[in-house]
Write a protein that binds this ligand. Structure first.
Ligand code: GAL
Length: 452
């Protein structure tokens, strides 16, 4: 008789205390370690919202259906964007106690482990068939500077999405298709505030600091793909840099956006921000968020094109902001064979098509079974393919989500947008400070992006 398959979910809780804050973040393990289990696989991730948890659950189910003798241990560290989880992962990796595998953003974000020689080359996972199935831009960021593969993408998220409560827009007489510029968007916000059928004072739902920085990078893209390209190449590094004026314009647009966001933004997770749109009595009509938000609308039972709709963030309709999650194979791990199996499932059509329909992302493979995806993702797949085929539309890699620019740059950049959101910094001061980071981290920019 086969042993019963089982998934163990460990929940690591941040211990909030003065000491913990001073020392960083500490964690306690609430579940016991499984005893005597050899054939195990430990996976760290930060997918704990309703849609995220459903998606990783489906991927683990797919793995377990193929390898029922393996006990999968999911270690979840809550915190959207992975900012909490990566603290823990760095500690484990640099202490020589790597987990079998962990979620991370593809590209720059795993550079620290590559440079420390802590990742296995996984060229054997990247068969010719896989290379053919994955778009070049995603394949490229799965390689290290040595030309070998070190990660396997599990999805392609789109960052530059404006999520809309359709009922509120209809009731206010707003056609979302007209929201293609910031002036049009401000006018829509004012109209919603003035609509007597609602008591919405802050129509744009915003969450904690990283979601603010996320919104900012979409705004910078809206100012122009050339400006965004200069930014991710580290070229906006002074007040006289070619695209400094564009950076300043983005800061000014962002500052205006803060007039329309909820005052409790800093305390809200990204999914709590989305919940402002889906509440029985909604308190917001819009949110700028990556399409992991689609998983929350899906969990709420809302239909795209009926209760909610989406457009590109104003000024970015011809762009696709890239956020790519991936897994890898650290050196000196307890279950290397199982990690090979896991990466194989992640890379497979079956794995991608189990995970992504629930996650909100599209498959990282061009040969996905589109019939498994919902209305929002069908439109995203069409947009992605159109961008690949057009000379006047563009993809751009997210900095906040670890692919566009060095992680040290990102860590210093996000609080600057937090200060601008809180009103403790001006647009001009923020632009100056962001440009200064280009100097501070100049040597970390190892990739040259060509986005247009
Ligand atoms: C992103 C990640 C997504 C989603 C989101 C919110 O950084 O790439 O998969 O999880 O954070 O947690």
């Amino acid at each position: 008789m086969e042993p019963k398959k089982q998934t163990i979910i460990f929940v690591l809780i941040a211990v909030i205390s003065t000491a913990a804050i001073a020392a960083g973040v500490t964690y306690v393990v609430l579940a016991p370690t499984p005893e005597g289990e050899f054939d195990a696989l430990e996976i760290y991730h930060w997918w704990t919202s309703g849609g995220e948890a459903a998606a990783i659950g489906a991927l683990v189910d797919e793995f377990e259906s193929l390898y029922p003798d393996t006990t999968v241990q999911e270690v979840q560290i809550a915190g959207g964007g992975g900012f909490e989880m990566r603290v823990k992962i760095k500690t484990l990796m640099l202490a020589g106690q790597p987990p079998d595998t962990f979620q991370i953003h593809n590209g720059y974000e795993w550079t620290i482990f590559y440079e420390a020689n802590l990742l296995n080359n996984i060229d054997h996972i990247w068969t010719t068939a896989l290379q053919d199935a994955v778009p070049d831009v995603i394949e490229d960021i799965s390689k290290g500077p040595d030309g070998h593969y070190y990660s396997v993408p599990v999805n392609i998220h789109r960052s530059n999405v404006l999520w809309c409560n359709y009922e509120i827009l209809n009731d206010t007489g707003i056609d979302p298709a007209t929201l293609t510029s910031w002036p049009a968007f401000w006018a829509a916000c004012e109209a919603i505030i003035a609509n007597p059928n609602y008591t919405i004072t802050k129509p744009v739902a915003m969450g904690e600091q990283w979601t603010a920085a996320h919104a900012f990078e979409q705004i910078l893209a809206s100012v122009g793909i050339d400006a965004y390209e200069a930014w991710v190449n580290g070229d906006i590094d002074s007040g006289t840099a070619t695209h400094y004026a564009d950076l300043l314009t983005a800061c000014e647009i962002y500052e205006n956006l803060t007039n329309y966001i909820n005052t409790d933004w800093a305390a809200l997770s990204w999914d709590s921000a989305i919940a402002k749109l889906t509440a029985a009595t909604p308190t917001a009509a819009f949110s700028i968020m990556g399409d992991w938000a689609n998983g929350e609308f899906f969990q709420a039972g809302w239909d795209h094109g009926v209760e909610y709709t989406t457009i590109g963030v104003p000024g970015t309709g011809n762009m696709y902001g890239l956020v790519v999650d991936c897994f890898e194979k650290p050196k000196n791990i307890p279950h290397p064979s199982n990690v090979d199996r896991w990466l194989g499932v992640v890379a497979s059509n079956a794995g991608q098509d189990a995970f992504n329909p629930l996650k909100g992302s599209i498959s990282a493979r061009v040969d996905a079974n589109i019939s498994k995806y919902g209305a929002y993702q069908k439109s995203a797949i069409a947009d992605f393919n159109a961008i690949d085929a057009s000379a006047t539309s563009y993809m751009f890699p997210s900095v906040v989500h670890g692919s566009g620019a060095p992680e040290a740059f990102n860590s210093d950049f996000i609080p600057l947008i937090g200060a601008l959101t809180a009103g403790s910094a001006t647009a001009a001061g923020t632009a100056t400070a962001i440009a200064a980071l280009g100097v501070t981290h100049a040597s970390d920019f190892t990739r040259v992006w060509s986005l247009d």
